[in-house]
Design a protein around this ligand. Structure first.
Ligand code: NAP
Length: 215
């Protein structure tokens, strides 16, 4: 697959590593071209000079940035992603008096889909820490890669991408399920924050029903 990654932080680097290992072609963009260049040279990816250039060059576009920047980036890539697959990896949380919090509002993925009405938005990879986006095994167990999307073709593409990286693909239903995937990621994040964890824990659904799951 031809994949563009926007964002060259922990997630951009981890996914570029896994995608390249699986034989996919990666182009990466970030605000700081030096960051994108460093990830590219470590992963044999190409560097784009802008988010729009990266998005136009690939059939699958992965948003690996903080969600606070997503509306701006969506405007930059909107034209280039019409009819394409856009993967939302973002998570969200706040901090309250008793520790990490998450609201029950609309998911990041559904908000992104509203900003990119001509793209096929897919939620994936957000439940995996960057450590396990790069390495699908935790404690000797193959972790799950949960995928939520409305478009059947886009979902099939990302389920195959997940499988190619060595993760166990799990179809969790329509994009509305992104709400639960963001909550699932939050729980793991909150446990590591409150327990001073090593950020190595990951999700595995045992004896999951076969694909495709009922919505
Ligand atoms: N870290 C994890 O384990 C993990 C796991 C699952 C999901 N996520 C989610 O994945 C996303 C990225 O997390 P991360 O840990 O990789 O964050 P990070 O290390 O802070 O990296 C974010 C990257 O996005 C870039 N960026 C920010 N705004 C941008 C824009 N407008 N255009 C292009 N690039 C932009 C940043 O560039 P600058 O350096 O210039 O700001 C940086 O390269 C977040 O939404 C997070 O919730 C993280």
């Amino acid at each position: 697959m031809d994949i563009a990654i926007i964002g060259a932080g922990n997630v951009g680097r981890a996914l570029a590593t896994s995608f390249a290992r699986a034989g996919h072609s990666v182009i990466i963009a970030s605000r700081d071209p030096e960051d994108a260049g460093a990830v590219a040279s470590a992963t044999r990816a190409r560097v784009a000079t802008s988010n729009a250039e990266a998005a136009a060059a690939a059939g699958v576009v992965v948003l690996a940035i903080p969600f606070a920047g997503a509306e701006t980036v969506a405007a930059e890539i909107r034209e280039g992603v019409a009819g394409k697959v856009v993967v939302d990896v973002t998570n969200r949380m706040g901090f309250g008096a008793t520790g990490p919090t998450i609201d029950a509002g609309e998911s990041n993925a559904e908000r992104l889909a509203a900003w990119l009405p001509e793209a096929h938005v897919v939620k994936a990879f957000n439940t995996l820490f960057a450590s396990h986006q790069a390495d699908p095994i935790a404690d000797g167990v193959q972790l799950d890669g949960f995928v939520a999307a409305d478009d059947a073709g886009a979902k099939a593409t990302i389920l195959e991408l997940v499988r190619s990286m060595g993760l166990n693909p799990v179809d969790v239903g329509p994009l509305g399920r992104a709400q639960q995937l963001e909550q699932l990621a939050f729980l793991n994040i909150a446990l590591n924050i409150t327990g001073n964890g090593a950020w190595q824990s990951g999700w595995k659904l045992v004896a999951a029903p076969p694909l495709p799951a009922a919505a």
